[in-house]
Design a protein around this ligand. Structure first.
Ligand code: GLA
Ligand code: ZN
Length: 663
């Protein structure tokens, strides 16, 4: 992949304008004006590429590819499996998805396919092969975008059979092993063969957490193997063209950390809920997600495949973000490791479901709109940041946010069922680092820990095989590891560790025993004394015994007042911490300040910024991003070049929702 500029573009649907091709030419003129250098084409074009079974029409796409190339645009070419032609569904009903209630969907909408159907997989492979054969070597072809936002699940008979095969592999074709690991002696649920198993469902088995966990793993694996199937002809015929697929925020239906290994480039679609008041929390959440996608391939730059240049059409109310916010959002992505800023979409559809979704070109059809001017201004700015392309930062801090753990957290019954909010917990723990401009990776429990000085693992309830040992080694060798409540309670089948929590050998490493877990009703709280101050906790807390660990903080309320709430155990050369309650931002901030100091990790940002202003270093640049509605003047520690206006500065005016890039 040759890339020497930030990719700036978005979803482009010229196939919707085939009857008015003058629009295509106008698109080229407008794209140049907006500094657009790429277009993502063909995402939902199957019916226009194969109007009848086996009858292909690539003429319009040939024209579009050539047109874009003549105008110097790179093409991100999509495969069309996200939506299928009517003929395909009518001819082969098995391609349609069966819902949990056992009823097969009719043709309609998109993302409505069976993940297993051999017919659908063959048809997808075939259309992809045709595309790859036709456009292999085309000078505009820059990247493959397979399908679109994979998601959902199918409960048809084909998927049920595939699930049983998947289970046989998992449990060595031994039903007794499965019975033991799923604890099926409970409620007389012993199975005598794999054939007796089906997907968890409301009107059937939905009280076996290990089954639910296995089903989530299976569905995720099915998406990945569906994707592999569509990638195969692309890799065969266009081995030099990288492959991506667009992921959705922290969507839990697919283990994105696992899926990432099958892709060349990670990309995601970002639709934050920005408002015109204060966006600090949302900015932290989005920063966390960018960090997660960047970390999936060890720090490799990712693509911001979609975002909106103004509004979306699918939230209950869709207020317009004022000028500045879109650019701020795009710059934030680049600061955190994106090598692209792309929109959904380039031109508003004239009809259909998304005709009122924001686009760079509105129905008025020209460049004289606020949204177009904003997009063009951002395009010009991005063209000055080419030196950032390909760069990555080294993080010394990581947060563990693991997809499989998120499933385990979802499926168990007990303690508190509302507000489990695993991702929210990880995002809240990310904030103290984000705020200080400390680069932070977001990793899975399978990743290499030894790259980091400090790892925070909020609500790490389930451990996959070998993770306990990995944590032990990490701490022994000098790492600092922060655990929280309900830490290491179960193994990968949701079987509780015996002999006291945390399990898997970690009781000794952390020097604690968590004897009981208290759940705190909404509106109530628990107080915690730490470093001479009282802090508030909520939702859940563990009652700990310190068995060698030092108590850094203790509960200030409840019958367990005075017992340890925050602990640190020196183990080997490292430190194993436990924060045994769900903490609010004041506590995590104070606590992280202390542990960062102890771990020897300092912010690399040599000047102070107010809350809500994020400073991120990437490559040769320092990004200043103001997520508040206040105007600020930031005093810098020395003279920098303002990359966007070219001036030397020792202070920067940062208006509300404004940004600056310094060198
Ligand atoms: C998703 C899809 C797009 C479009 C946008 C609208 O991200 O991938 O096709 O529907 O949402 O926001
Ligand atoms: Zn199916």
């Amino acid at each position: 992949m040759k890339q020497n500029e930030i990719i700036y573009g978005g979803d482009y649907n010229p196939d919707q304008w085939i009857r008015t091709k003058e629009v295509w030419l106008e698109d080229m003129r407008l794209m140049d004006l907006a500094h657009i250098n790429s277009a993502t084409v063909g995402i939902f074009s199957w019916a226009r590429l194969e109007p009848r079974e086996g009858e292909y029409d690539f003429s319009w796409l040939d024209e579009v590819m050539d047109l874009l190339h003549r105008h110097g645009k790179k093409v991100i070419l999509a495969t069309p499996s996200g939506a299928r032609p009517v003929w395909l569904a009518k001819q082969y009903p098995e391609v349609l998805r069966v819902e949990e209630n056992g009823v097969r969907n009719e043709y309609g909408v998109r993302h409505n396919h069976c993940l297993t159907s051999p017919v659908y997989r063959a048809k997808v492979r075939q259309i992809n092969r045709k595309l790859a054969e036709r456009y292999a070597g085309h000078p505009a072809l820059f990247m493959w975008h397979v399908s679109n936002e994979y998601g959902g699940e199918c409960h048809c008979e084909l998927c049920q059979a595939a699930f049983r095969e998947w289970l046989k592999k998992e449990y060595h074709n031994d039903i007794d092993e499965l019975n033991y690991k799923w604890w099926n002696g409970f409620w007389s649920h012993d199975l005598s063969s794999f054939e007796e198993i089906s997907s968890p469902k409301y009107r059937g088995e939905n009280h076996v957490p290990a089954l639910k966990l296995a089903w989530r793993r299976f569905v995720s694996d099915s998406h990945i193997s569906f994707m592999d199937n569509e990638i195969a002809p692309l890799r065969e015929l266009t081995p030099d063209v990288p492959v991506t697929t667009n992921m959705m925020r922290l969507y839990t239906g697919i283990d994105y950390q696992k899926m990432a290994k099958h892709l060349d480039v990670i990309s995601w679609d970002s639709y934050p809920t920005w408002n015109n008041y204060d966006n600090t929390d949302e900015a932290n959440a989005v920063a966390f997600i960018h960090d997660a996608f960047r970390s999936m391939k060890g720090g490799q730059p990712f693509f911001l495949m979609e975002s909106t240049p103004s509004i979306v059409n699918w939230k209950p109310v869709n207020p317009i973000p004022q000028s500045g916010i879109t650019a701020l959002s795009g710059m934030q992505a680049v600061a955190h490791g994106a090598d692209s800023v792309q929109y959904f979409q380039w031109r508003k559809s004239r009809g259909g479901h998304e005709k009122f979704h924001g686009a760079v070109v509105d129905h008025v059809g020209n460049e004289n709109t606020r949204v177009f001017r904003d997009a063009a201004a951002l395009g010009e700015e991005l063209s000055k940041l080419a030196d950032v392309v390909g760069t990555s930062q080294k993080s010394r801090v990581a947060i563990i946010h693991d997809w499989e753990n998120s499933w385990a957290v979802d499926v168990f019954c007990g303690y508190f069922s509302e507000e489990r909010d695993y991702s929210g917990e990880c995002i809240r723990w990310h904030k103290p680092f984000w705020k200080r401009g400390i680069p932070t990776d977001v990793i899975s429990m399978d990743d290499d820990f030894s790259r980091y000085d400090l790892i925070v693992a909020p609500f790490l309830y389930m451990l996959k095989d070998g993770v306990g040992k990995k944590i032990r080694e990490y701490v022994k060798n000098g790492g600092s590891f922060v655990s929280t409540y309900l830490f290491a309670n179960v193994d990968r089948d949701d079987l509780c560790y015996l002999g006291g929590f945390p399990g898997d050998g970690l009781r000794e490493v952390f020097g604690i025993w968590a004897e009981e877990t208290d759940s705190i009703p909404k509106g109530d709280g628990v107080s915690v004394r730490f470093d001479g101050k009282l802090y508030a906790g909520n939702t859940v807390c563990d009652l700990l015994h310190a068995e060698g660990a030092e108590a850094l903080g203790s509960y200030g309320s409840g019958f367990y007042a005075g017992t340890p709430a925050v602990t640190c155990n020196r183990f080997g050369k490292g430190r194993a911490y436990c924060v045994a309650f769900r903490a609010d931002g004041d506590f995590t901030d104070a606590f992280c300040e202390k542990i960062l100091y102890a771990a020897g990790v300092r912010s690399e940002i040599p000047f102070a910024v107010p809350d809500g202003v994020s400073v991120v270093k990437r490559g040769p640049f320092v990004f200043l991003l103001n997520f508040t509605k206040q105007d600020y003047k930031i005093e810098l520690d020395r003279a920098y070049q303002d990359v966007l206006d070219g001036n030397q500065k020792s202070s920067v005016d940062l208006p509300a929702f404004g940004h600056a890039v310094l060198r």
